[in-house]
Design a protein around this ligand. Structure first.
Ligand SMILES: *Cc1c(COP(=O)(O)O)cnc(C)c1O
Length: 396
């Protein structure tokens, strides 16, 4: 039977693609969604089939129809050649790095990279004989000055974790490719719907699918997408490391993907409203969110991205610990906790000075990272407004 979903590739719009990609209903009795294939052993009908290894599925760790559906969908959305799935976003970062480095290599990591990825580099890659230099995310083409004869890869993340610095990916990639240096981009914030790092010159795009692709705070999942040049290396890493996500988690990734476009639209609209409201508050020093025209990365965001997700930071003016606790503890709609990308609003304080090495972070007060969820924006603003009332009362 013809695969009606072939129409989802090529020129279809992204909102159409997220609905149709990776689906083959008529391979599954017409069911709209693929089943959750659970399995390790896959049987071969004959000795010939076992020896020739031409079956589409050979072992559970390698692939199932469920994992392949999600891989195909993400590959197409990112405009890549191949995708491997991992059991978490951090697993995607570490697997991607390991796919490229050897003992004696030098790698460049943006100072704004997701912090646990730095821990992997500092604690494990260093032990394996890899040299690491952290660089200022605003470096652009100046990254070439940091190249050494043994520089192997550059990790970019735009905008950066917690502090949202935009990076000039095309400028960095242009310098890197003059020297055959790989460029890996963590694209979690934008998702493949709002940024396509491979089109901007990166070789690999990394997704913490735990965030917006799963979208409901109910599973851990990662993806590494490679262009044709890098595809073989990420596949080798997957095979060698034995990385594979759980069946249920993979399914939840597929399910989340179907509503990604419509969810992001709301996250973006509400986040912009909350960010603008916060920027006008006397308690707030500045808001770090590239879609705001006042953001230092606004021009790059406008040039390279087609949208924004719901995550940003507000830096407060100095407040006492007690006043900050009064603000945070009493919030009713913003939960306090790590991760983001689910349907719910979140807030978490952070301090980049605890781990950054190439750039200097200046307060003046505490920094709060907000995830704006799918609640009504009026309710969210009221929750924050009540918070500032408590903060003021606790300050006096
Ligand atoms: C959360 C996050 C990760 C790690 O994802 P997990 O699924 O939590 O392991 C990696 N990169 C970025 C940018 C993230 O925000």
């Amino acid at each position: 039977m013809a695969d009606k979903d072939d129409g989802s590739k090529g020129s279809a719009r992204p909102e159409t693609k997220v609905v149709h990609l990776g689906r083959k209903p008529f391979e599954h009795h017409g069911f709209v969604n693929p089943p959750v294939y659970r399995g390790s052993t896959i049987l071969y009908e004959t000795l010939d089939a076992l020896n020739s290894r031409t079956q589409p599925y050979t072992y559970g760790r390698r692939a199932t129809p469920t994992t392949r559906a999600l891989e195909e969908a993400i590959t197409e959305l990112e405009g890549g050649a191949a995708t491997i799935l991992t059991s978490s976003g951090l697993g995607a970062v570490s697997t991607a790095l390991l796919a490229f480095v050897s003992a004696g290599d030098h790698i460049l990591i943006t100072d704004s990279a997701y912090q646990p990825g730095r821990t992997f580099a500092d604690k494990m890659l260093k032990r394996l004989g890899v040299e690491i230099t952290y660089y200022d995310p605003g470096i652009g083409a100046g990254v070439a000055e940091l190249f050494r004869p043994n520089t192997r890869l550059i990790l970019v993340e735009s905008p950066g974790s917690q502090t949202f610095e935009m990076q000039d990916i095309p400028a960095i990639a242009a310098e890197a490719h003059k020297r055959d240096i790989w460029v890996l981009a963590d694209n979690t914030w934008a998702t493949p719907l709002y940024c396509k790092p491979l089109a901007l010159g990166a070789d690999v795009s990394i997704q913490a699918a735990t965030k917006y692709i799963v979208g409901h705070a109910d599973a851990m999942l990662g993806a590494v997408v490679a262009n044709a040049r890098a595809a073989r290396l990420i596949d080798h890493a997957k095979e060698a490391l034995g990385t594979c996500p759980g069946s249920e988690e993979t399914y939840l990734g597929l399910r989340g993907l179907r509503t990604l476009d419509v969810r992001l639209e709301r996250h973006q609209k509400s986040a912009l409203a909350v960010a603008q409201w916060l920027a006008n508050r006397a308690e707030v020093d500045r808001v770090l969110y590239p879609p705001l025209p006042s953001d230092p990365g606004h021009a790059l965001w406008k040039r390279d991205f087609t949208g924004a997700s719901g995550l940003f930071t507000a830096v407060l003016n100095p407040v006492s610990k007690k006043a900050l606790a009064a603000f945070l503890d009493g919030l009713k709609l913003f939960g306090m906790g790590y991760s983001w990308g689910g349907y719910e609003s979140l807030v978490v304080p952070f301090d980049p000075t605890s781990y950054r090495t190439a750039t200097k972070w200046t307060g003046p007060g505490p920094a709060l990272r907000f995830h704006v969820g799918l609640e009504a924006v009026e309710d969210l603003i009221r929750d924050l407004d009540d918070g500032f009332t408590r903060l003021k009362a606790a300050s006096s």
